[in-house]
Design a protein around this ligand. Structure first.
Ligand code: FEO
Length: 165
């Protein structure tokens, strides 16, 4: 059985993943509003990917005979100044999520909840990828500077993302 503390923390994380999804969707709307369809596509895919993370935890709680208690999702940021600002926010958000997952993992270890620890290892690895891709795009944006041709090339590259993983 899941302990009450672990169950609460996992329910919290379901909400956090939904919040991340909502934030990416808000960013997708901004990207589309400035006609950067490739960036918008990347954000839409990322938004969907966060839902798969939430559902992975949702299923895990149920598989352990736990109780899923869904929580309110906060209002995401809705105003953005630039693509660069957005990708800095993406990186900051992913680093925050990494911190959340690490704290959950430490909690599972401290309770000798091995099954939850193993489940969370997938998320720990996933966060390495999440931070890496955010950092790569941010680096490219910094390189592009104010060059509209470089930004359009990057937009085309990001339009090629076709999976939420
Ligand atoms: Fe679910 Fe982007 O971490």
């Amino acid at each position: 059985m899941l302990s009450k503390e672990i169950q609460d923390a996992l329910n919290d994380q379901i909400k956090n993943e939904y919040f991340a999804s909502y934030t990416y969707l808000s960013m997708a709307a901004y990207c589309e509003s400035i006609n950067m369809q490739g960036f918008a596509n990347w954000m839409r895919m990322q938004s969907q990917e966060e839902l798969t993370h939430a559902m992975r935890i949702f299923d895990y709680v149920l598989n352990r005979d736990g109780r899923v208690v869904l929580q309110s999702i906060g209002k995401p940021q809705t105003k953005f100044k630039s693509l660069k600002e957005i990708f800095q926010l993406v990186l900051d958000q992913e680093r925050e999520v990494t911190g959340m997952i690490n704290r959950l993992y430490e909690q599972a270890l401290s309770e000798n909840d091995h099954a939850t620890s193993v489940e969370l290892q997938w998320f720990i690895q996933e966060q390495v990828e999440e931070e890496k891709s955010a950092q790569e795009i941010l680096d490219k944006l910094n390189l592009a500077g104010d060059s509209s041709s470089a930004l359009l090339i990057l937009d085309t590259q990001l339009s090629e993302r076709s999976t939420a993983a």
